[in-house]
Design a protein around this ligand. Sequence first.
Ligand SMILES: Cc1ncc(C[n+]2csc(CCOP(=O)(O)OP(=O)(O)O)c2C)c(N)n1
Ligand SMILES: [Mg+2]
Length: 345
Amino acid sequence: MKNQLEELSNPERFHSPIGIKDFPTDTLIEMFELMMTIRKTEQRLALGRKDGLIGGPVHLGVGQEAIAVGISEYLRKTDRVFGAHRSHAHLLALNPDFYRLFAEVLGKKTGFSKGMGGSMHLWNQPSGFYGSVPIVAGTVSLAVGAAMAAKLQKTGDIGVAYIGDGAVEEGVVHESFNLAKIQNAPMLFVIENNLFASHMHISLRQPNNMIARFAVANEIPYELVDGNDVVAVAQASKRLINDIRAGKGPRLIELVTYRWYGHVDWRDDVDVGVKRSLDDIDNWKARDPIARLSKAMIKANIWSAEQQEALEVKLDRNIRSAWDKAMNDSYPSSDSTLKYVYAAT
Ligand SMILES: Cc1ncc(C[n+]2csc(CCOP(=O)(O)OP(=O)(O)O)c2C)c(N)n1
Ligand SMILES: [Mg+2]
């Protein structure tokens, strides 16, 4: 089987422009704003963690924004999306309410999970986000179950599971691929292949760095896409989601990307990172999904650098006031844990 991933992760290709021809202009602007919102929100969280204002660890996906934004473009609020430990973007792409994310991460009662969950237990079912948990691969089988339920209920909705390249090393992921296929479940498996699990490069963990080989093994049609090209991600996910909604069964999309920060918090982790170097980070920064889209949009006269800057200034202001507001919010009362976390008998 040809390893298409080698080509997509080759730094020589990193400067190639992204194609926006024939793509709706308003969608490009919307995706740009969403990616920028996610990035600035996570950078604010990085700062909060660095300053000691956030109590628990935060797993940041800066550099990977094109994936959640491209995937979510064709999802409905009634679809069933599941994430894991690095899921801020998965949720914000469905509901960009950064104030409620800040409140959640700060443990405030105004947060997405009423301050009970923090960064790794996010929930917002009204937008389609069924939840994230820190247990790697812990939600993948739940997503398949939710997809099977949608099929039985004939709602036309689909299940979506975000899965890291490390998560596929858990057995339940393979059971989930198999079950989804055999049940013809309306399920989209989204592989975020950022080449690392914690601090370890994929070449030290798996005999082959292309995760789509497991789709082949389960006879699940797949696409392998540059995860830093939001237009390519959106176009591929549209094709796959259309097939799934048409009753053709599960589909898998593998997105090749890279995270700018280390595994957790704001540091870059080159000191502890096995095969993670400053050169690699710089190479991947040159392939910034936001800068690439911005360049293509300015070149096509969709908007000017000044208009883009005005958007950024507005976002910075809104993010600053949302953070300040969340910082001043109250913590949940201790007896509310009996209502939302523990069951009283
Ligand atoms: C069952 C389980 N095993 C180990 C861990 C510790 N752990 C947290 S994240 C992680 C790496 C996950 O890598 P990947 O799936 O590639 O996601 P990424 O962090 O790259 O987004 C590990 C091993 C965990 N949380 N749960
Ligand atoms: Mg990974």
